[in-house]
Design a binder for this molecule. Structure first.
Ligand code: FEO
Length: 392
C-alpha cells in the first residue's frame, strides 16, 4: 500500500470506499473515504477509525507503521458509525489503549456499542503530550453532532476536525491540490447537505479558533482529501455559512402531464434574459444533494408543483421537508404551478418555504390544465420579474 505522511510521524491510515452511493439522505456519486490518522511520538495515537467493514484496510495500513497492539490512545472525535465503526475490532487488538472523547462522545459510544471503553472525557484546551508532539482538543458541538471534537497537532500545526471541511470523494490521492476542482465541488455539496443547518455555529467556531491565535497549516478532515492550503476551505466555509450568494436562481419543479414543466422552462428563460444565471431541476430526474449545492450559492429558488388531490405533488412535498431541515440562509423564493379543477398546491408550497426560512415573494403564478401561449408569455415575464427583484 502507498504510505501517506502529513508530517513526520503523522500518517493517514484510513480506508477508501469506492462503492458508496448514498450516505443517509445524501448521494455520494464519487464514493468517499474514512480518514483515520496515526500520530507517532513517544506514545502512539490513533485519531478516529473507519466505518464498520473497513477494519482490515485500516489495520493493514497501521501495521505498515506500527503493530496496532502498541497503540496507546484512540481519539474518538465523533461516534457516528462511519468513524467509530472499527473501534470494537481495534479495541480487541489494542487492549491497553485508552479512549479519549468529548462528554457527548462518551455517551454516543455507550449508545452505539454498549461500552465507551472507559473513555477519558476532554474539553477545549485540554492537551495530550506524547513527547515530541502534543495534541490539543477543541470541542465542536453540533458540527454536526453534539459529540464532535477537533484535534490540533501543535508542533505540526495540523487541524483534524472530523466531519467539518470534509468531502465525499474516493480517490487514491490524499491531498486537495492533487484532485483539482472536484474537491471544492464536493465540499460545497457536503456543506449544503450536512453542515449548513449549523451555519451560525460554523461562524462562531472559526472565529473561536482564529481567536486562539493558533496557526493552521493543514486541515485533515475525516472524509475526502486533505487541505494543504487551509485558507481555501476556511474562506469557503465563511462565505457559505454567511448565506452569501451569487446572482443565480435555482428552479425546482415536478410535472404530471407537462404543464408545470413547460412553465418552468419559460420562467427559466425569463430569468436568463435578465442575465441572471439559472439552473433548472425536474426533481424526478435530479439528485437532491446536487440541488442543495446549487441552492447554497443561489439568491432565489423558484419552486413549481402541480396540485394533486388539493395538495402539493408528493415529490415536491418531500423536497420541501428536506429544505425545512436544512433552512438555507438569506434566500428568496417564488412559487408557481398548475392544476386541473381545484388548486391549492401553491399556497402549501408558499407556507412550507416560509417555514424553511425563505423570504417568499407575494405574487405567484398558477395555470389551469395546459398553459396557453398567453400564459407562457406570463411565465416568461414572471421569470424576468423574479430576476429583476433579486438583482435589486
Ligand atoms: Fe462522517 Fe457524521 O459522520
Amino acid at each position: 500500500m502507498v504510505k501517506v505522511m502529513l508530517a513526520e510521524g503523522v500518517h493517514w491510515v484510513g480506508a477508501i470506499d469506492w462503492d458508496l452511493r448514498f450516505c443517509g439522505s445524501y448521494s455520494t456519486p464519487r464514493g468517499t473515504t474514512y480518514n483515520a490518522y496515526l500520530v507517532v511520538g513517544d506514545k502512539i495515537v490513533l485519531v478516529d477509525t473507519v466505518k464498520t467493514g473497513f477494519e482490515r484496510e485500516m489495520l493493514e495500513r497501521i501495521r505498515e507503521i506500527v503493530d496496532p497492539v502498541e497503540i496507546d490512545y484512540v481519539i474518538c472525535n465523533h461516534s457516528e458509525f462511519d468513524h467509530s465503526g472499527a473501534m470494537p475490532k481495534l479495541m480487541e487488538i489494542a487492549k491497553h489503549a485508552k479512549v479519549i472523547s468529548s462528554k457527548a462522545g462518551k455517551v454516543g459510544l455507550q449508545k452505539h456499542y454498549g461500552t465507551d471503553w472507559n473513555s477519558t472525557v476532554v474539553k477545549t484546551g485540554d492537551e495530550l503530550s506524547i513527547g515530541s508532539k502534543s495534541l490539543m482538543f477543541i470541542e465542536a458541538p453540533m458540527l454536526h453532532w453534539p459529540d464532535n471534537l477537533f484535534v490540533y497537532l501543535k508542533e505540526d500545526r495540523i487541524l483534524m476536525p472530523n466531519d467539518a471541511f470534509g468531502q465525499h470523494i474516493a480517490t487514491r490521492q490524499r491531498f486537495e491540490d492533487q484532485v483539482g476542482a472536484a474537491a471544492m465541488d464536493e465540499a460545497a455539496k457536503y456543506f449544503a447537505v450536512i453542515v449548513s443547518p449549523y451555519s451560525s455555529l460554523v461562524q462562531r467556531k472559526i472565529a473561536e479558533i482564529e481567536g486562539m491565535g493558533i496557526r493552521v497549516d493543514m486541515i485533515a478532515p475525516a472524509h475526502g482529501v486533505i487541505w494543504r492550503d487551509p485558507a481555501k476551505i476556511v474562506e469557503a466555509y465563511k462565505r457559505w455559512s454567511s448565506g452569501e450568494s451569487d446572482l443565480k436562481a435555482t428552479v425546482v419543479f415536478d410535472t404530471m402531464w407537462g404543464s408545470t414543466g413547460r412553465m418552468a422552462r419559460e420562467i427559466a428563460r425569463g430569468i436568463e434574459s435578465e442575465d441572471v444565471e439559472v439552473r433548472v431541476f425536474n426533481i424526478r430526474n435530479s439528485d437532491l444533494s446536487e440541488i442543495m449545492k446549487e441552492i447554497l450559492d443561489s439568491k432565489v429558488i423558484v419552486v413549481g408543483s402541480p396540485t394533486l388531490n388539493r395538495d402539493v405533488y408528493p415529490s415536491i412535498g418531500g423536497f420541501l421537508a428536506f429544505l425545512r431541515g436544512i433552512r438555507p440562509q438569506r434566500k428568496k423564493a417564488a412559487v408557481f404551478g398548475s392544476y386541473g379543477w381545484g388548486g391549492g398546491a401553491g399556497q402549501i408550497v408558499r407556507e412550507e418555504l416560509k417555514k424553511a426560512g425563505f423570504d417568499v415573494f407575494e405574487d405567484s403564478l398558477s395555470v389551469q390544465y395546459v398553459p396557453t401561449d398567453e400564459e407562457l408569455k406570463k411565465c416568461f415575464e414572471f421569470g424576468k420579474s423574479v430576476a429583476t427583484r433579486v438583482k435589486g
